[in-house]
Design a protein around this ligand. Structure first.
Ligand SMILES: [Zn+2]
Length: 171
């Protein structure tokens, strides 16, 4: 009986006809040029992942700003009895955004979607109380929205391509 060759990346047995590993796609029995192409495909995916990581950093900066301003406003509201409850809710919001930040590090897409939804809700609740506040800091709000939306697409890329890379490099 012929001894079967195992994929050197993921140890899947290769059939006699298999040039590429049926499990991870590694060109086990391919010539050098095919191996180079395989490495190149990995490099392209790696570049997408690295680029997405950079863009996710902007989302984290936005979250830090939101957290910091909620803490600052929260603490100043706490000092006056009339705004004490608002102070508490600001601090609670800050805490939830910290949770989102942790989430962004682990599951970027879910984390960003949660943070974005929460932030929009907070903006809406403010505007419902006083519609004129919609225009307060409008420029910053628009920048935040753009960064959030770009972040969502980067997070998708990041998750999709890092999963593909994991499969290709499976050991
Ligand atoms: Zn394999």
């Amino acid at each position: 009986m012929e001894e079967s060759i195992l994929c050197s990346k993921c140890s899947t047995p290769l059939g006699a006809e298999d040039v590429f590993c049926p499990n991870c796609g590694y060109p086990e029995k391919a010539d050098q040029s095919k191996r180079d192409k395989y490495k190149y495909r990995i490099k392209i995916k790696q570049d997408v992942v690295d680029d997405a990581k950079k863009k996710l950093k902007s989302v984290k900066v936005v979250l830090y700003i939101i957290i910091a301003s909620n803490v600052l406003f929260g603490l100043s509201y706490l000092s006056e009895e009339a705004t004490f409850v608002d102070g508490i809710s600001s601090l609670v919001a800050a805490l939830i955004f910290v949770g989102c930040l942790v989430w962004v590090n682990k599951k970027p897409l879910v984390g960003i979607l949660a943070a974005f939804a929460l932030w929009i809700l907070l903006q809406l609740s403010v505007v419902l109380v006083d519609p004129a506040l919609l225009f307060q800091g409008l420029f910053v709000k628009i920048i935040f929205i753009v960064i959030f939306i770009k972040g969502i697409s980067s997070a998708k890329d990041y998750q999709e391509y890092s999963t593909q890379l994991k499969e290709m490099n499976a050991n």
